[in-house]
Write a protein that binds this ligand. Sequence first.
Ligand code: KMH
Ligand code: ZN
Length: 275
Amino acid sequence: MEKLIITAAICGAEVTKEQNPAVPYTIEEIVRETKLAVEAGAAVIHLHVREDDGTPTQSKDRYEEAIKAIRAECPDVIILPSTGGATWMTAKERLQPVFLSPEIATLDCGTCNFGGDEVFTNTVTMIEEFSTAMQEYGVKPECEVFEKGMIDTAIVMMKKGLISKPMHFNFVLGVSGAMTATARDLVFMVGSIPEGSTWVATGIGRHEFPLAQIAMAMGGHVRVGFEDNLYLEKGVLAKSNGELVAKVVDMAKLIGREIATPAEAREIMGLSQTK
Ligand code: KMH
Ligand code: ZN
């Protein structure tokens, strides 16, 4: 089987130090969590940034500062910034990290409920604008899919020439208000993407490790991290993102799946260059 790409979503926009003191806010903390995740086996860091007080931001300057600091410590890791930001942010605010030309960034492919009464808005116009900007700045989209119809929207963008093949998908399953994180749902999603696409699965909360296990057995790739889950096991907070990545590495060993380095992950995902 192909080597396993592990993505660490180290920070997100929603989780707080009150929930887990290891959640990173400052640049130093983001670098610390990146290093621990990379040392444990992560090839990709899905990056959100915060102000020092924890407020999520999509500021281009803050991303630039974080990426520079990460690069100084982890020169090879693939950095995958968010264009999702937080649910209340405007499209203009969210798009900023694309202007730094990262090699890959998230492209959220539809609107869905996002816990309680929160709505994560991604209209077709926004998706077109984001994919156009990503094309212009040489950024490969990781198509974030929370519901099946979002795959179809991503395919429409590909047919319009706004996303190139091979496409890359992230199935984010188990968000409260969106699609559930069952084996049945994951199989349905994987069977709905264009041939030759790569994919990663993200299970939210308690679904993180069960979904990771199913995904890696199916030959897909896996995302873990504080953005999605704060616990190493029931009732035990993870001390770092590195602990979450290490658990996935152990699970992969059990089924004989080797771990991809950043260079191997670039090859697998068709990323053309290190930026
Ligand atoms: N924070 C969520 C509202 C992404 O990074 O593109 C959106 C999110 C997805 O995290
Ligand atoms: Zn995110």
